[in-house]
Design a protein around this ligand. Sequence first.
Ligand SMILES: [Zn+2]
Length: 489
Amino acid sequence: MANYIPSVGMEVHAELLTHSKMFCRCPVAFGGEPNTRVCPVCMGLPGTLPVPNRSAIEMALRTSLALNCKIAYESVFHRKNYFYPDLPKGYQVSQYGETNPLGYHGWVEIPSGDGYQRVSIRRVHLEEDTGKLMHLPSGGSGVDYNRAGVPLMEIVTGFPPDISTPDESKEYLYQLRLILLYLEVCDGKLEHGSMRCEPNISVRPDDQSELGTKTELKNLNSFRSVQLGVQFEVRRQVAVLEGGGRVAQETRGWNDTSETSFLMRTKETEQDYRYFACPDLIPMHFTEEYIEGLRAELPELPLAKLRRYRDDYLLGEKDARRLVEDRHWAEFFEEGIKLGGDPKLVCNWMISDFARLLNETGQVISERAKDDDAHDVSKVTPAHIVDLVNLVSKGTISGKTAKDIFDEMFKSGDFASSLVEKKGATQISDSDQILAWVREALAKNPDVVGKYKSGQTNVIGFLVGQVMKSSQGRANAPMVQDLVKKELE
Ligand SMILES: [Zn+2]
């Protein structure tokens, strides 16, 4: 069997988090009764005129800048003409051309192996979403135009594709979604379809430079389905070629249950959309001052943050990623650093005990992390963690006590220092007191002492454990370790 090289192009649609639709004042929301968020403009009634949503344009421009794109200082909207009931006007307002889309010719970096790989971005453009066809229980079909006219941003990777594996496809989508979340331009909910990914996939024998025929994959609503879908398509196409057949240019759907793709429609000829500049919308013109203003206000992006955490705070790659992959976690962490917490210790407490307790109770880390679901916000603030961390590093409490205190702090919202005071749980570093416990432990366990003397030095852990028990976890553990050793020798 020949070796085959897959090529994957990615087309991502992201619904923008604006309050109103792209060209009218209808509100933007998810779900609801069909056709309750419509007006003459988004229904395409004759005589209406669209007015572009400034905030949608700004979001697409900010995304373009974050993806290192060139900006089209002069840009127009086009009409993409086709007839289908989900499109009330008979055309979709979109942006056509190589250098007309708001952003073009950019790139994004994604983790790949031990390093990073650059994926080129062909364009970032703005369009309007379509309505949704629905099958009615009484038979026949209806159409819901609530989604028609919702601002939609399309992000397309460069050609020829830089992505060549299912893992890279997933990672690209993951990083892109993270950037959109940091920019607060899209809620990134793949399962709701507010972010949709349509990869086009082809394979070619490794001795052939020309790309193979591509198929487009739809209905992918999770990272897992993107990865599995691309993997399935690659294998299917290789099997077709190995069987002496040829891959047909077609659009295929993904079935999440059977984990297979199925034929939706063949694309014998490229459809002619008869694009032309929309006469109802005046051309956009941006000044350099305006664009540079937007660039200056971009937040620090996930990858830059990751590198800073690694280089300035000396966090491990995995730990840094854990914080960066949720911007609310990153915010919490940075708040802790500002309050003077040791970065490594704050990070450790966050990703171990704090993460476990949040997970167990279903609470969220901060007010800002709350979404539509009714989760409670944790009572633990960055100041709580820093207080605890400081008690441990000053030696006021032992690591073991700190763990118990954390649980109580999580429940009550009391600060660790006040809990420690109340309980008298401060760490005991009085060497006479510790020595007394050590001698007691040794006297009670002559057999263990014997084992140590005969060379089984690992039994020291047991003796240290006995002393910690006598002190109810409050003894200074390194001191106990030292004294047990000294007494044994
Ligand atoms: Zn409307």
